[in-house]
Design a protein around this ligand. Structure first.
Ligand code: MV4
Length: 490
């Protein structure tokens, strides 16, 4: 099983631990890196060896390519796993690894570069016969051209930066009066944010679903899909809840969308794990972009397929064949992931870093927690606020929701505010239960209406945990506490 001797994990938090877990199962030593803000981070403790990579932001640390390559060489590392975010989709970093003869656990620098251009990947999808939304054939550089194309497509249209991601530089245009200003604005933002002013225009869908297909490919011509995920529930382009499979996907559409994803993988000679993203509306799907990294939400796919995606990434990066053929990959049950962020859902999701005074994670049947924190740990203010991913699996979606509610009720996190009560509210929301989600779910459906109650319930539970009661009084005491808190706050 010696795929590599040592893998450097160029990341932090839960995903660094997730990758190191895969390493340990394979008997591979993991090398951690950490910024000075992360001295006490769990991933540093978990790693077999760990090296300081720099100071806290604004210093580069986890983005410092030279320093990371240096650490990798000094520690005799065979491969680097970039995780997600940071350098995971940085073609220059992948190229540096290639030049230094360190295996980059991901696709080639050329593939990353190509897929990093939304215009180029859209064109590739089109040539592969995969549906795309009506729009500009390539990048738009001329405002008059943009106006005439928008006219041709019909409003509303959306302007996107070719080098973009995460919604940066994206503009929806409802009326021709606004197009000129919007194109100029989008080009300006794209130039300053990405150093590339290229934009493209396509037909805008109002309330689409975000559906993505996980692919896994090796160097031996095996190209497989691991079914789809539904990731529509998001806020400011940060996903909050993901699930697999998509609750409304029929077998015929699933066959088509997974085939489409594989066509994109084939056309790009894709190797390693990747995700093909689609927008879905009124029974039709359209290619949006391809992510050339391991994603946060890969966990739900692991739960419905039983496949260790990170393990397979390591295997195929070592040049070996992946462990599964498409025939052996089956979809079983339903999985949901709730992202637990240290944020205040009642205060515009403001980050709430600080010390975790109490921490107890849920367990039991069908529950998986990928977390980067522990009791007594102080969450630094410097990084992303996601502290854990809570996942529930069961044979049916209804039962998975039941398990998720149960796991949320078990989860104890005190000292910082979290998104857990929001998740509790969503797990009780009738639209969510019906599978009726879309990209604007949080704005549209008044989850806010019930949110406060769940937050109060959470606070009562935390207060109760601090003063344990005996015998049959526990549940009654929590209920009384909640009732009292609600009365006090109304
Ligand atoms: C769209 C769209 C509607 N129509 N494109 C947002 C992120 C960027 N990668 C693309 N995005 C969108 N593109 C067309 N033609 C709506 C969005 C969008 C969105 C997409 C997925 C998940 C959340 C979203 C939130 C707002 C807008």
């Amino acid at each position: 099983m010696a795929y590599f001797n040592k893998i450097l994990v160029a990341n932090r938090g839960e995903i660094a631990i997730r990758i190191m877990r895969a390493c340990r199962e394979f008997g591979i030593d993991s090398i951690g890196i950490y910024s000075s803000a992360d001295k006490n981070a769990f991933h540093v403790n978990y790693a077999d060896e760990a090296f300081l990579v720099g100071e806290a932001p604004p210093t580069k640390s986890y983005l410092n390519i030279d320093r990371i390559i240096d650490i990798a060489k000094n520690a005799d590392t065979d491969a680097i796993h970039p995780g997600y975010g940071f350098l995971s989709e940085n073609a220059e970093f992948a190229r540096r690894c290639e030049e230094e003869d360190i295996t980059f656990i991901g696709p080639s620098s050329r593939t990353i570069e190509m897929m990093g251009s939304k215009v180029a990947s859209r064109d590739l999808a089109k040539n592969a016969g995969v549906p795309i939304l009506p729009g500009t054939p390539g990048a738009v550089t001329d405002v008059d051209e943009a106006i005439s194309i928008a006219e041709h497509i019909g409003y509303p249209v959306i302007i996107k930066a070719s080098a973009g991601g995460g919604g940066i530089g994206m503009q929806v245009v409802e009326h021709p009066d606004m197009i000129e200003e919007a194109v100029n604005g989008a080009m300006r933002i794209a130039a300053s944010a990405f150093g590339d002013s290229a934009v493209f225009i396509e037909k805008y869908l109002t309330r689409p679903r975000h559906i993505e297909v996980q692919v896994l490919c090796d160097d031996h011509g095996n190209q497989t899909h691991l079914f789809e995920r539904e990731c529509s529930i998001q806020r400011r382009h940060q996903k909050l809840i993901e699930e697999a499979p998509c609750p409304i996907m029929d077998d015929v559409t699933r066959e088509k969308i997974t085939k489409a994803a594989l066509k994109v993988a084939e056309k790009s000679n894709y190797v390693n794990a990747g995700t093909v993203e689609f927008l879905y509306s009124k029974g039709k799907f359209y290619f949006m972009e391809m992510n050339t990294r391991l994603q946060v939400e890969h966990t739900v796919t692991e739960l419905i397929t039983g496949i260790d995606i990170v393990g397979e990434q390591i295997i195929v990066a070592s040049g070996k064949e992946m462990s599964y053929s498409q025939d052996e990959i089956t979809l079983r049950g339903h999985a949901i992931e709730c992202r637990v962020n240290a944020e205040d859902p009642l205060n515009n999701f403001a980050a709430d870093p600080g010390k975790i005074t109490l921490y107890r994670s849920p367990g039991g049947p069908g529950i998986r927690v990928d977390s980067g924190v522990y009791q007594g740990y102080t969450i630094p203010p410097n990084y992303d606020s996601m502290i854990a991913k809570l996942c529930a699996w069961d044979m049916s979606r209804d039962h998975a929701i039941g398990r998720m509610r149960r796991a949320i009720s078990e989860y104890v996190i005190a000292g910082v505010k979290t998104t857990l009560p929001l998740h509790h509210a969503i797990m009780h929301n009738q639209h969510y239960i019906n599978g009726d989600t879309h990209t604007h779910f949080l704005q549209e459906e008044d989850v806010q209406r019930t949110l406060k109650r769940y937050i109060l319930e959470e606070e009562a539970r935390m207060a109760h945990l601090a003063t344990p009661l005996r015998d049959g009084k526990k549940v009654a005491a929590v209920v009384a506490g909640v009732t009292a808190l609600i009365a006090k706050n109304q």
